[in-house]
Design a binder for this molecule. Structure first.
Ligand SMILES: [Cu+2]
Length: 287
């Protein structure tokens, strides 16, 4: 059973438009901030191609809030599209590239003012590798980041791209998004594909298995994020009602281990394939 991220918080009443100018004035940015939408796009949920959802959390406008964006730092494969949702009721926010005060603020992407209305979101596709900081122009005291990797490994049946590559350094990244793209099964976006993901630690004998579960996509590749931490291993997703990233979070990702991640297509359109479609990929973790 996967806990489904329903984004209930996204279902919001209509924002009070007057709050927008009031908030801007209250922090003294009204005359200096460029909030015109720049690269990237605002869109409706019906045409979202994004893989990964980041939330602007309730209370983000408060300086005491531990987070403005959650997760505050992610690592994704190149060509991933990230969508930011404004879940902070009644408060406008921005998603603006760069660090506050930097000379390149907003040149890579800039949402402009995101109203806190139902399903208000901004999306951007990361097509170059690197570490990209961003912040909210209205509340510039929390800087968040997207790390983009070109790492790619080719198996017989899958191509694996990931946010960190074959070495996941916990001291830099708390989470890493993997993307399994079948090479021998056509993706038609309609025939459901069931992926069995099994994780082994320090060996591939049965006793080394630390995780196994099935994730279904609608005839798409499988984006799945590994998240370090927590007391028990949980899975959740996908980020959008039928598409986007799944997540595996748990204490199974410990320091300095050698993991094997086995991806297998266990069903195509509800039927097991005639011959096994599976690859093993190595993932080393260092602290
Ligand atoms: Cu903000």
């Amino acid at each position: 059973m996967h806990k489904r991220l329903l984004h209930k918080d996204q279902i919001r009443a209509i924002a009070a438009v007057s709050l927008i100018s009031a908030t801007l004035l209250s922090v003294g940015f009204a005359t200096t901030v460029n909030v015109t939408a720049q690269p990237g796009s605002m869109a409706t949920l019906q045409n979202i191609p994004a893989t990964y959802a980041v939330s602007i959390v309730p209370g983000a406008a408060q300086r005491e809030s531990p987070y403005h964006y959650f997760p505050p730092a992610i690592a994704v494969p190149i060509h991933s599209t990230v969508a930011w949702f404004n879940n902070d009721f009644g408060q406008p926010h921005t998603v603006t590239s760069g660090i506050p005060g930097g000379s390149d603020v907003g040149t890579m992407f800039n949402s402009g003012l995101m109203p806190a209305t139902a399903n208000s979101f901004f999306q951007y596709r990361f097509d170059s590798p690197g570490d990209f900081a961003y912040h909210c122009i209205i509340h510039p005291w929390r800087v968040a980041a997207v790390s983009v990797s070109e790492a790619l490994e080719r198996g017989v049946n899958f191509e694996l791209t990931s946010g960190t590559g074959p070495v996941w350094n916990f001291s830099k990244d708390f989470r890493t998004l993997l993307n399994f793209e079948p090479r021998t099964v056509p993706l038609d976006s309609t025939s459901p594909l069931a992926y069995n993901i099994t994780i082994f630690k320090d060996g591939t004998a049965p006793e080394n298995q630390v995780f196994s579960d099935t994730f279904v996509t609608a005839g798409e590749q499988l984006p799945i994020e590994l998240v370090r931490g927590g007391n028990e291993t949980i899975t959740y997703g996908p980020d959008f009602s039928t598409t986007g990233a799944y997540h595996i979070q748990g204490p199974i990702f410990s320091e300095n281990a050698n993991y094997t991640i086995r991806s297998e297509i266990s069903a195509i359109n509800g039927r097991p394939p005639d011959t096994p479609i599976a690859d093993d990929f190595s993932l080393q973790t260092i602290a």
